[in-house]
Design a protein around this ligand. Structure first.
Ligand SMILES: *Cc1c(COP(=O)(O)O)cnc(C)c1O
Length: 368
């Protein structure tokens, strides 16, 4: 049972879907599979197929951040990054790597952006072409107001790119109503499939325009990958074959469960986690009103016997993986509600977790 922030716990049927006869991915059968999958990726965020397309790559989620940032910026234009967490910080590092000029709205980890502050920066920096934000800052579980930021972006004629890697397939997203031009995902998070397949969902017209922009990466260029799919139905380079089969199965299970019931399941798992933590006396890093409902954070106790790794190992040996936070001086750990899990799994987890605390003489209720 994975309670870490991705990869997520998968169903046995998704695991087994990887076991297929050997196939060369250049066969038509495989191209057809990818063609349907590209449509499904757009459907999951309710995109209109005339305006939106999806472009899969063989890589982890960070590759999609890289692809969007390096491919969608014309020469001499700026990227505006709303930075209130580790993943937006990573986006900034990617820009630095390509020497892309960045305007940054730097906030605290527990601070949502003020729309006024965004607008001020847009007015004083006319060369901004793209606004970039992270939907759910996975390090803390802070949810950003994507739809509001997107409306502002469009009011000023900017392209709006959102890292939805930890929300896609988890929180309901309507790409057009939420004013998103590009979002991204990775098969192993919201869809609870295997690692190695990631994709972008975004506006066709903007991808086509980007052919004119500087080519900054050979492998990670959005137009090149899109163009190859449109012309041949295939990825430019070798796709993650077995992960594609697992993902086809995961998408079937996604549509069987349906968007809203699935969303409700993740929310009730999150509430069960919060309840379990509260019962033991743990305090959370973020106020409830800032939370995405996908990641619970618990501050380390002020107890000489507390040692996260010992608690981790005790739980791990009994089948549960928990995950430390990494952002701050303050120690905390995370329990995430992604994946094929439900409330009884969380109840089973807390039995083990409580035993772990007892075994290692950590006093409950937890002291701070
Ligand atoms: C998981 C995640 C990523 C990508 O991480 P990888 O390790 O490259 O898959 C990017 N952004 C967010 C918000 C994430 O949660």
């Amino acid at each position: 049972m994975l309670l870490n922030p991705g990869p997520a716990t998968t169903t046995n049927t998704v695991k087994m879907a990887q076991v297929v006869p050997d196939i060369c991915p250049r066969e038509k059968e495989f191209a057809d599979l990818l063609k349907n999958m590209r449509k499904d990726f757009v459907d999951i965020v309710h995109g209109d197929h005339r305006k939106f397309t999806s472009v899969p790559f063989c890589g982890s989620g960070t590759m999609m951040m890289d692809v969007c940032l390096n491919s969608l910026l014309p020469a001499n234009k700026q990227v505006f990054i709303i930075n209130n967490g580790a993943y937006s910080g990573r986006a900034k590092e990617i820009c630095q790597c390509y020497n892309l000029p960045v305007v940054e709205l730097k906030l605290q980890y527990n601070e949502r952006p003020e729309l006024n502050a965004i607008e001020q920066l847009l007015l004083t920096h006319p060369d901004i072409h793209m606004i970039y934000t992270t939907h759910n800052e996975t390090g803390t579980g802070l949810l950003n107001p994507v739809s509001e930021i997107g409306a502002l972006a469009h009011k000023h004629g900017k392209v709006f790119v959102v890292d939805t890697i930890s929300t896609y397939g988890l929180l309901p997203i309507d790409i057009e109503k939420d004013n998103i031009d590009f979002c991204m995902a990775s098969a192993q998070k919201g869809l609870a499939s295997m690692t190695g397949l990631s994709f972008i969902v975004g506006r066709k017209d903007l991808i086509e325009q980007s052919e004119q922009y500087p080519l900054r990466s050979f492998y990670c260029n959005l137009f090149k990958q899109y163009n190859c799919f449109e012309k041949t139905g295939e990825m430019q380079f070798t796709p993650p074959v077995q992960t594609v089969y697992a993902t086809r199965r995961a998408i079937e299970e996604y549509f069987q469960e349906e968007e809203i019931p699935k969303y409700r399941r993740h929310m009730r798992v999150h509430q069960a986690i919060r309840k379990g933590l509260e019962k033991l006396g743990f305090q959370e890093l973020l106020e409830e009103k800032l939370q995405s409902g996908l990641i619970a954070t618990a501050l380390y106790p002020n107890d000489a016997n507390w040692d996260f790794m010992k608690i981790h190992d005790y739980c791990y040996e009994r089948g549960f993986t928990i995950y430390p936070g990494k952002l701050f001086d303050t120690g905390y750990f995370r329990l995430c509600s992604l994946g094929a899990i439900d409330v009884p799994d969380i109840e089973a987890f807390f039995k083990v977790f409580e035993k772990a605390l007892q075994t290692h003489n950590v006093k409950t209720p937890i002291k701070y």
